[in-house]
Design a protein around this ligand. Structure first.
Ligand SMILES: O=C([S-])c1cc(C(=O)S)c[n+]([C@@H]2O[C@H](COP(=O)(O)O)[C@@H](O)[C@H]2O)c1
Ligand code: NI
Length: 410
């Protein structure tokens, strides 16, 4: 299936992992495919049971996550990362699920004052949270969703009982995740959970009211509670973005962290770069330099969203030998992009299509998928890459062509 759709999430009555999963199944994601993706990460551990329910008189889908095992281990963030990366999930599902967990780990680390690698997921790391997060990411893939945005989030008010004891609402994790997003109380009780809020913050590009779009399908997901007079549901509107008139966007805020380092064992660099990316860096790289006193050294550069600055700064101080980190505030202009699958020699490869004002300006096969397919077929990567590029061109994915699936701005 082509994958160029946009989802707008209406969290104006709150958001939780199971609500989002219910909404995406209601919007048409195949429950068997979603169950299969979850089984890929935690085999024979849970069964997803979607049922139709009513909430304050509105029909919605609730997903009950039924444990099939009594083994409910607490897992650290690196352990969950390993589970995800050892599994056979499609690349984008793995990346998205990992981004949500990274966001949760970053938040828990901040709230509890510990390093992200030491975060133990208990309430938010039990099997049902892995099922919710992997399930949501698999359902997005099933629906061919390339981009997400979400509106103002109702977080709730009052107090709630948790594994940390009695907490104010929004709970600390949700309050931390909500920085930079539009929120309001919207009612009593815990309306937004850490998993729901982290999913929005990790996967949605921006906070916006309903954008101009052609709506293909709508899904409504329910939590457990049924509050009279206020439907405890999240809605997803799935469709195609409508190009708007060109504007001079100011770009998105970003931070560049840098350090010049001349005394680190070079064998440590690959894992440091990988850990920085796991912790939420948009990119992390090394440039060879010659420092004062003629010493060969490296500049470590880490580009990130401002929300991740603190975690990444901590990581740099902890894992490298630097005595200082420079920080520069930037603005980043990223082209909107879609992923469109093309058939190539006994497999398929996602083509990343960068576009501007509804017109394709960049077409590139996802190289990890090319490499995986080449390995599976025992063929040279350059042949599979050439075939993927040819298949993309044959599918009309060429520079200057309109982006498939974009509604015209009439
Ligand atoms: O598991 C942890 S560490 C946890 C942290 C916090 C903080 O705000 S800190 C809150 N909670 C509560 O757990 C339940 C389940 O949350 P999900 O995101 O898994 O649905 C919820 O009441 C949270 O407020 C857990
Ligand atoms: Ni916590």
């Amino acid at each position: 299936m082509t994958s160029h759709r946009h989802v707008w999430v209406d969290a104006s009555a709150g958001v939780a992992g199971d609500m989002l999963l219910g909404a995406l199944l209601d919007a048409g994601a195949d429950p068997r495919a979603v169950q299969h993706a979850v089984d890929t990460v935690i085999p024979h551990a849970v069964r997803l049971n979607p049922t139709t329910v009513t909430r304050a008189g509105l029909r919605a889908v609730h997903v009950d996550v039924q444990p099939l095992t009594a083994d409910l281990p607490q897992r650290t963030w690196p352990a969950i990362h390993d589970l995800l990366f050892r599994s056979d999930l499609p690349e984008r599902v793995r990346e998205r699920a990992s981004a949500v967990f990274a966001r949760l780990a970053d938040t828990e680390a901040h709230v509890h004052g510990i390093p992200a690698d030491d975060v133990h997921f208990h309430e938010v790391g039990a099997l049902d949270s892995i099922a919710d997060i992997v399930g949501v990411c698999a359902a997005l893939e099933e629906l061919g969703v390339a981009t997400l945005s979400a509106g103002e989030v109702a977080v709730g008010s009052g107090r709630v009982h948790t594994a940390h004891g009695d907490l104010p609402v929004p709970v600390p994790a949700v309050a931390h995740l909500a920085q930079g997003w539009r929120v309001r109380a919207g009612g009593t009780g815990e309306l937004a959970t850490p998993t729901g809020m982290a999913t929005i913050r990790a996967l949605a590009d921006r906070c916006e009211d309903l954008p101009p779009m052609r709506i293909d399908t709508i899904g409504i997901g329910a939590g457990r509670r049924d509050t009279p007079g206020r439907a405890n549901v999240v809605r997803v509107l799935v469709g195609a973005p409508t190009p708007t008139a060109p504007s001079d966007s100011p770009g998105d805020p970003a931070v560049l962290l840098e350090a010049n380092i001349d005394d680190l064992d070079p064998r440590l660099w690959p894992e440091i770069l990988a850990a920085l990316l796991r912790d939420g860096a948009a990119d992390a790289w090394l440039v060879p330099i010659t420092m004062k006193k003629g010493r060969p050294a490296h500049t470590l550069s880490v580009l990130c969203h401002p929300d991740h600055t603190q975690t990444l700064r901590e990581r740099i101080f902890r894992d490298t030998s630097t005595l200082g980190v420079r920080e520069t505030g930037l603005r980043k202009h990223a082209l909107p992009r879609s992923f469109i699958d093309v058939e190539v020699a006994d497999g398929s490869v996602a083509i990343k299509v960068g576009h501007r004002r509804g017109v394709i300006v960049q077409v590139m096969p996802e190289f990890d998928q090319v490499a995986a397919l080449a390995r599976r077929l025992g063929r040279p990567e350059r042949q599979v890459l050439a075939e993927a590029s040819a298949a993309a061109a044959a599918a009309g994915l060429v520079i200057g062509a309109p982006v498939p699936g974009h509604a015209s701005p009439t």
